[in-house]
Design a protein around this ligand. Structure first.
Ligand SMILES: C[S@@+](CC[C@H](N)C(=O)[O-])C[C@H]1O[C@@H](n2cnc3c(N)ncnc32)[C@H](O)[C@@H]1O
Length: 345
């Protein structure tokens, strides 16, 4: 059925970013299908939340027609048969990588994991496999996974910003939640830059940068042989060149590379260990994009320790940006930090 709704009308190039913002803030009306008009995307907004729209989006509101979604698409919880007392524990969100849903469950729901998996597949027909997230471990940051419903596989192809990433979730790290961050970094990459992606995985940063930035070359390092194997496949899948996969420890591999204009360091657990290595390879006026985990609101302590270390090593740096990227736990978050290397001593 078609209904009228308030919506935000956005140019398609900003649609992915705006969709994520609206979802994060719970403003999107998920009972209606997103619509397209010419080069614009129309996001239906919950009427009762219109006042909560950020100021820049308030300027973009209008009324349009939308198709209602079938109930099955929006709520998997109705299909799960579990004791009523456990219903509030059912997660409201989960990650989707390609056609695989990855979900975390509290212990009390584990006896019902297959039921929950089946319900997700019933509610979202494009999901073919449901995997239980048992936590990320080890230096290669690989997720422990147990298939709880659907096809027994962990390989899939994930699409973001028109790019394809083949990934085997059991053998390598991949996080679909970083799409906007990768796109942001790619948009900063200027003409002929030499870029080093120190912890490249299957290449989402390298490939996004190569596709949407203007680099001369991207060196993509990872010591997980499987990740580098998939990175090579992904370069071919996206018809790209000038990305150089390097299977090695970034700490030593970086020594053999030319000085870079930009370095990406996506290893939040060990950021502190590698910052000085990265800075030693950065040209003056080069930028380091690093990620770190900190207690919420205490991110400045980490930045302060980086400043101190830099001063002692004779590096003059400027913090261009430090922002919360995603929540990591109830008390900690992952932060994104952009540093400009002004001068080395
Ligand atoms: C958090 S993942 C990020 C992967 C990728 N950038 C992404 O966004 O999907 C970190 C990656 O760094 C790799 N890694 C960890 N320590 C490393 C090291 N010393 N040298 C090279 N790679 C390393 C892991 O194998 C893993 O693929």
């Amino acid at each position: 059925m078609t209904v009228q709704s308030w919506c935000v009308r956005i140019d398609a190039s900003r649609a992915e970013y705006v969709r994520k913002k609206l979802l994060q803030k719970g403003l999107l009306d998920r009972s209606l299908r997103v619509a397209r008009l010419g080069g614009d995307v129309l996001f239906p907004i919950l009427f009762e939340r219109l006042a909560d729209l950020p100021a820049d989006l308030k300027e973009k509101i209008e009324i349009a027609n939308f198709e209602e979604r079938k109930a099955v698409e929006s709520d998997y919880k109705q299909y799960v048969k579990i004791p009523q007392s456990l219903v509030p524990l059912l997660p409201s969100s989960f990650d989707i990588v390609g056609d695989i849903a990855v979900i975390k469950l509290p212990d009390a729901l584990l006896p019902y994991k297959s039921e929950i998996g089946d319900a997700l597949i019933r509610a979202f027909p494009h999901i073919k496999t449901v995997a239980l997230d048992k936590g990320i471990k080890g230096e290669m940051r690989i997720m422990g996974l147990e298939i709880i419903a659907g096809e027994n596989r962990t390989e899939t192809v994930h699409t973001e910003y028109g790019l394809k990433f083949k990934v085997d979730m059991k053998k390598m790290y991949f996080n679909p939640r970083l799409a906007s961050e990768r796109r942001r970094i790619a948009s900063l990459v200027g003409n002929e830059e030499i870029v080093i992606d120190m912890f490249a995985g299957v290449g989402p940063f390298s490939i996004m940068i190569r596709k949407y930035g203007m680099p001369r070359i991207v060196y993509a390092i990872d010591f997980n042989v499987n990740a580098i194997d998939y990175l090579r496949k992904n370069i071919v899948l996206n018809h790209l060149n000038r990305i150089v996969p390097i299977c090695a420890d970034a700490k030593t591999a970086i020594e053999d590379l030319p000085p870079a204009n930009r370095i990406v360091m996506n290893l939040p657990h060990s950021a502190g260990e590698f910052i000085m290595t990265a800075l030693s390879k950065l040209e003056e006026n080069g930028i380091l994009h690093t990620y770190f985990i900190s207690d919420k609101t205490k991110e400045h302590d980490f930045v302060k320790s980086v400043r101190t270390e830099c001063t002692m090593a004779g590096y003059l740096i400027e913090v261009l940006r430090c922002e919360e990227l995603k929540s990591y736990s109830p008390v900690a978050s992952v932060y994104s930090l952009d540093l400009l290397l002004i001068k080395r001593g």
